[in-house]
Ligand binder design. Structure first.
Ligand SMILES: Nc1ncnc2c1ncn2[C@@H]1O[C@H](COP(=O)(O)OP(=O)(O)OP(=O)(O)O)[C@@H](O)[C@H]1O
Length: 320
């Protein structure tokens, strides 16, 4: 438990009859990025609100520790170690970016001098120095998100909850935000990230959990999750029809495209599987002109896990 920044067992939350979280476990090691994926309404924000002490879990819920503190017994201690940014921005549009930062510094009881220094440093780090004197309402979406995160960092939190931090941002702003998140983690911060962008989880997260119907449908690294889904294959392309014909008879279980002279062989893309295919081609003295390995992406995983499609039984011990 002690090496975990966030540890939740059997987290439950219902609103009336509606069960939103139905016994969810989280185990997030310090200094890592954990991403919670799920369709709209899956309960991601609810999980963030509980873990960040904004709302209480059900009384039947299991124990939760954040930053080493028990959430139920010592929510105040939890609050001192965490920062939250997300769909409900703390940015006040009527005052300037710098004023927003200084307000945050006040809330954290920083001295005037420390507040000024921290504000200047963070605005600089988040590329907001030029806009510091302008009302936040005039900021673009990306600037507001950066200001929001900068405000969160005033308290120097060791665990940060980012609830859909890049929703609505253009690709460049999204990449900027990813870079900022990577730098935070390089400094030892733990990030709990919710997102609807599978690519975001793929890019950033050490571990990913897919929330569906109030439960974790699967958890693992991006690579582990992708391996759960069938559909990976190796594609061979030939320019010489004679070589194509020889390969077709040398290899079993292929999907042929006689027009394009391509063959698809179901494969997980492992070294051993690739070697077996290449050995067969060598034995038949055939040379492919191109070989590509296709692995399912996280979109495939997401649809399979949240769309009711059957997936192969998950080897739990390998994933957890
Ligand atoms: N205060 C509330 N009272 C009643 N139902 C609620 C309340 N807050 C959330 N819910 C319901 O709980 C479910 C989960 O909501 P939540 O906001 O956690 O989902 P989410 O995964 O964050 O979705 P999104 O991706 O759309 O933000 C939804 O069906 C929502 O309507």
């Amino acid at each position: 438990m002690t090496n975990l920044a966030i540890a939740a067992n059997g987290l439950r939350k219902s609103y009336g009859d509606k069960v939103v979280l139905d016994g969810v476990d989280f185990a997030v090691p310090h200094g890592t990025i954990f991403s919670l994926l799920g369709p709209n309404g899956a309960g991601k924000t609810t999980a963030v609100k509980i873990l960040s002490t904004l709302i209480s879990p059900d009384p039947t819920s299991g124990p939760v520790r954040v930053g080493g503190h028990d959430l139920a017994a010592d929510p105040r201690a939890v609050r001192t170690t965490i920062g939250v940014t997300g769909q409900f921005s703390a940015v006040d549009g009527l005052i300037t970016g710098a004023e927003n930062m200084l307000l945050m510094a006040d809330l954290h009881h920083l001295s005037k001098r420390d507040g000024q220094r921290t504000t200047t440093e963070l605005l600089e780090r988040f590329d907001l120095t030029d806009a510091a004197g302008k009302p936040a309402s005039t900021y673009s979406g990306g600037m507001k998100r950066r200001l929001d995160l900068a405000m969160t960092l005033v308290g120097n939190p060791r665990i940060i909850f980012l609830d859909e931090p890049t929703t609505g941002l253009d690709p460049r702003s999204r990449h900027n935000m990813w870079q900022i998140i990577r730098e935070l983690v390089a400094d030892g911060v733990t990030v709990f990230l919710t997102t609807q962008y599978l690519e975001e989880a793929d890019q950033l997260a050490d571990r990913i959990a897919v929330l569906n119907d109030g439960r974790i449908a699967a958890e693992g690294t991006a690579a582990e999750l992708k391996r759960l889904i069938p559909g990976g294959h190796v594609q061979l392309r030939f320019e010489d029809p004679a070589a194509y014909a020889r390969a077709t008879s040398a290899l079993r279980d292929t999907v042929r495209d006689d027009q394009a002279l391509t063959l698809q062989i179901p494969s997980g893309g492992t070294q051993r599987e690739l070697r077996a295919i290449l050995d067969r081609l060598d034995d038949a003295d055939v040379h492919a002109d191109a070989l590509t390995v296709h692995t399912p992406d996280l979109d495939d995983v997401f649809f399979a896990l949240t769309g009711g499609a059957r997936i192969p039984t998950q080897p739990k011990e390998a994933l957890r």
